[in-house]
Design a protein around this ligand. Structure first.
Ligand SMILES: Cc1cc2nc3c(=O)[nH]c(=O)nc-3n(C[C@H](O)[C@H](O)[C@H](O)COP(=O)(O)O)c2cc1C
Length: 210
């Protein structure tokens, strides 16, 4: 089953970046895609910090990422970078852990001052993990998600940017699927030769029909 994995990298319970992530998830589901969420803050802290790959929750999170076609990553900006919590999770991925995946970064920050943090801090990490297809970042400042009694609301323009990015993600996934199909048609998988690993003497016997 193909799916998109969404990662929330905020340690906050009430989180603006996670709120935007939820908006993106809803739009993805509305376009017929399966979405599986990883909340980094819900992972066992000791297992994260000690890189305990044997811990079932860590193993499950890494497997989810491994088999996803696309990854939406949401993070707050902390100290002119992305969150340390997100880094602890990304550090557990294998070196090519994002190879072949489409990645959409989403971030919120106190102001526009560190808008470029996604480009100079997060993008190099995603590239080093093998991601080649980054969609343009979605960045929103806190003023774009005012807090009301019922929680955060998203200003219309910000919401539209999230939806436009989701559409770009769906488009990229469709392109990828079409490309795979074309490649398959151009060179269908070879039938497996049952004698591939047989000793030469056996091959010779079969060839002679004995
Ligand atoms: C410890 C800490 C450091 C922060 N550092 C920055 C920063 O360097 N630049 C910035 O634009 N916002 C900074 N902020 C503001 C948050 O990025 C912003 O409020 C964001 O929307 C929080 O996202 P969240 O609600 O998903 O955690 C910081 C907030 C905290 C708590």
């Amino acid at each position: 089953m193909s799916y998109v994995v969404s990662i929330s990298g905020s340690p906050a319970v009430q989180s603006r970046s996670t709120h935007l992530l939820s908006l993106a998830e809803g739009a993805l589901r509305g376009r017929g895609l399966n979405v599986r969420r990883i909340d980094a803050r819900a992972l066992p802290p000791a297992a994260l910090m000690h890189a305990d790959f044997a811990h079932p929750a860590i193993r499950q999170a890494l497997e989810l990422i491994e088999h996803a076609q696309a990854v939406v990553i949401a993070t707050p900006l902390y100290k002119a970078s992305y969150s340390g919590l997100l880094k602890t999770l990304l550090d557990l991925l294998p070196q090519s852990g994002l190879a072949g995946k489409i990645v959409l970064p989403i971030a919120t920050g106190g102001s526009l001052a560190h808008l470029l943090a996604l480009d100079y801090a997060l993008k190099p990490v995603l590239s080093s993990l093998g991601a080649r297809h980054h969609l343009p970042n979605v960045f929103a400042s806190d003023a774009d998600l005012p807090k009301g009694e019922a929680g955060y609301t998203v200003l219309a323009e910000t919401g539209q940017r999230v939806i436009a990015s989701v559409d770009a993600l769906v488009h990229a996934l469709n392109d990828q699927a079409q490309l795979r199909e074309l490649r398959l048609k151009a060179s269908p998988p070879q039938a497996v030769n049952p004698l591939r690993h047989a000793p030469a003497a056996v091959v010779e016997l079969v060839r002679c029909g004995t």
